[in-house]
Ligand binder design. Structure first.
Ligand code: ADP
Ligand code: AMP
Length: 214
């Protein structure tokens, strides 16, 4: 099963993708997590990506597409994968389609997690991330058991630099300009499904399982 998660920053793509990956036994591929791991490890890619991410801008397609194409061709992706945060532009979607066509495959589902802009700023200012293991929490909707400590690995949880309100506004406008057109792109391919992302997390997941099947 090959799935794309669509939706604004903070809509809940990562939260749902992790659960999809666990239930359907497929890898969760988050380009944001890959960039953050590169930043943490001080790689060249990380240094380049950080300058864009800190401004709320997209990392250029040249730095993003090859990375994903290599990743989806690895052995653990042979039964499918869930993409979270990719594609974010029409050229990225076209690069993905072209790579899959070459190996005689297509995407199965693009799931749009629909959340209006008014809810997004709250979501992002309350998000706390563990930069060690990638777990995500929310101070109100999904708090850690011990304040400021990751439930999974015990490391500190932090407000991401790009989750500060001024950067969130910029990320939202980038989303509307460059990423939202993908909704039509996948509608035309007949693989678009929408879920109401304002519902509690478990209800959103139940709606996704209804789409994907038990
Ligand atoms: P994205 O991957 O789309 O950027 P996340 O999955 O990181 O978004 O979710 C953004 C924030 O909102 C996180 O703090 C997460 O815990 C919280 N969140 C996710 N889904 C819901 C939901 N259905 N209701 C309330 N909060 C949510
Ligand atoms: P995310 O973790 O998905 O919210 O992504 C965080 C940031 O990483 C984004 O605001 C972008 O700067 C960058 N990023 C992640 N995925 C992509 C992508 N597919 N294309 C371009 N930039 C990306």
């Amino acid at each position: 099963m090959k799935i794309i998660m669509l939706g604004a920053p903070g809509a809940g793509k990562g939260t749902q993708a992790k659960q999809i990956a666990a239930k359907y036994q497929i890898p969760h591929i988050s380009t944001g997590d890959i960039f953050r791991a590169n930043i943490k490890n001080g790689t060249e890619l990380g240094k380049k990506a950080k300058t864009y991410m800190d401004q709320g801008a997209l990392v250029p397609d040249e730095l993003t597409c090859d990375l994903v194409m290599d990743r989806i061709q690895q052995e653990d992706c042979k039964n499918g994968f869930v993409l979270d945060g990719f594609p974010r532009t029409i050229p990225q979607a076209e690069a993905l389609d072209a790579a899959l066509t070459k190996i005689g495959q297509t995407m199965d589902y693009a799931i749009d997690v629909d959340v209006p802009d008014e809810n997004i700023v709250n979501r992002m200012s309350g998000r706390r991330a563990c930069l060690n293991c990638g777990a995500t929490y929310h101070i109100v909707f999904n708090p850690t058991k011990v304040e400021g400590k990751c439930d999974a690995c015990g490391n500190d949880t932090v407000l991401r630099d790009d989750d500060k309100p001024e950067t969130v506004q910029k990320r939202l406008s980038v989303y509307h300009e460059q990423t939202q057109p993908l909704i039509d792109y996948y509608k035309k391919q007949n693989i678009l499904k929408s879920v109401d992302g304002t519902l509690p997390m478990d209800d959103v997941f139940a709606a996704i399982v209804d789409i994907l099947g038990e």
